[in-house]
Design a protein around this ligand. Structure first.
Ligand SMILES: Cc1cc2nc3c(=O)[nH]c(=O)nc-3n(C[C@H](O)[C@H](O)[C@H](O)COP(=O)(O)OP(=O)(O)OC[C@H]3O[C@@H](n4cnc5c(N)ncnc54)[C@H](O)[C@@H]3O)c2cc1C
Length: 374
């Protein structure tokens, strides 16, 4: 019987495991994909995570993450606005980031098993976690940190798994010497947008999100890049001047931005498993890490204190999750709606509404404050 089983070892799961293992609990992480591995992501992480991660003994800057301080945005028609990022961010690949957290968790005694989880059953105040090979593991607490979408969501009967979702994403690393190190850029194209920023290796990460309706008219990624993405002059120039590092870009489909619940069948959902903010906000990683802190705080209270029972833990986590993230998710939804609306964007440009001031205020609404370590 483990104290805690974490299903999924992405940023949310690994941070939860590191935070809770400081207290000597017996923790198992079940992850389907051995480290290190690349992931579809913009790889811009808001600096709000820095104080908390440093407290846990993780220094991304020391690991080579690049400092990002300028945000540039362009509309489909290539009107461009830039703004200074007040808190700033860091550019680091998921390949490196998760491997750093994995190594840290191992040194703190966390057990890792690389298997896919297919079901989680809650019975008699404890859990059975069942894997693809039918092996079952037991725990007092289960944290669900398995990302946006997994077969496990179907086993748990979560609504969004029974619907089709229209978004897909593509990501690759590129060699491009002239791309500025301190810049994160977000460029729109018909039906989607793409982000550019540098990582710790010097490679530029190019990651885009697009509506399937727009993508399906083309024969594949190369054709789509040429005929849709490259309609934005900034992206055209980037693709023409850069050399791809990956043999093939990575892609994922069926991305859902629907509302989810932070507790399902007594499982503490964390990171994208509890709710995914629109990628254009550049805040999903910070939310996954902050969510891990909230979950760890309530779990630690439960494991230490017999007066703080499971329902108190679940109530506290739900409240803190909603207070911390609900408004940010709402702002992200609204923002995506406006950004992908060509007419509204044109009006915003014509009336000078799309300005540095507006961008700064939007960034503030979709980001959090520095997460303290306590
Ligand atoms: C196109 C795109 C661009 C983005 N760009 C940015 C950005 O620039 N900045 C930012 O802050 N956020 C960005 N995000 C959001 C960010 O990527 C996520 O919010 C973040 O990855 C969430 O981390 P997580 O730990 O919750 O999930 P994940 O990182 O997805 O981790 C989940 C883990 O669970 C494992 N897993 C899944 N199912 C199972 C199973 N059944 N059993 C065992 N293991 C399982 C997976 O292998 C994975 O390692 C972007 C998202 C998208 C879609």
């Amino acid at each position: 019987m483990y104290d805690v089983i974490v299903v999924g070892g992405g940023l949310a799961g690994l941070t939860t495991a590191i935070d809770l293992s400081r207290f000597g609990y017996d923790i198992l992480v079940l992850e389907s994909n051995p480290y290190p591995h690349h992931k579809v992501c913009g790889e811009y992480v808001s600096k709000e995570v820095a104080p908390y991660l440093k407290g846990l003994g993780i220094d991304l800057e020391a690991a080579g993450a690049v400092e990002i301080s300028i945000f540039e945005m362009s509309t489909i028609d290539c009107k461009t606005v830039t703004a200074k990022l007040s808190l700033g961010g860091l550019g680091i690949s998921r390949y490196a980031f998760e491997n750093i957290l994995f190594e840290k968790a191992k040194t703190q005694g966390v057990t890792f098993v690389f298997k896919k989880v297919t079901d989680v059953v809650y019975r008699n105040d404890s859990f059975q976690v069942i894997c693809q090979d039918d092996m079952a593991y037991e725990a007092r607490i289960v944290v669900g940190a398995y990302g946006k979408r997994s077969g496990l969501d179907k086993a748990l009967n979560r609504d969004f798994m029974f619907k089709k979702h229209a978004w897909l994403a593509v990501k690759g690393h590129y060699r491009n010497q002239s791309f500025p190190e301190n810049l994160v850029a977000l460029h729109n194209f018909e039906g989607g947008y793409g982000g550019l920023s540098k990582t710790e290796t010097g490679a530029v990460n190019f990651c885009y999100l697009t509506h399937y309706k727009s993508f399906k008219k083309h024969s594949g990624i190369t054709d789509f890049n040429k005929n849709v993405v490259s309609k934005n002059r900034h992206l055209k120039e980037f693709l023409e001047e850069s050399e791809p590092i990956f043999e093939n870009p990575l892609s994922i489909a069926q991305i859902s931005f629907e509302k989810k619940q932070p507790i399902v069948n007594h499982i503490m959902m964390c990171g994208d498993t509890a709710g995914l903010i629109h990628p254009l906000c550049g805040n999903g990683m910070a939310m996954a890490i902050h969510g891990a802190k909230l979950a760890s705080t309530s779990i630690q209270k439960y494991l230490e204190n017999t007066d703080f029972d499971r329902s108190a833990m679940e109530r506290e986590y739900t409240t803190s999750w909603n207070t911390t993230f609900k408004k940010r998710l709402w702002a992200g939804r609204k923002l995506q709606h406006v950004l992908l609306h060509r007419k509204w964007m044109n009006v915003a440009v014509r009336t000078s509404l799309l300005s540095e001031r507006l961008l700064t205020s939007v960034i503030a609404k979709t980001h959090g404050k520095p997460i303290p370590y306590d």
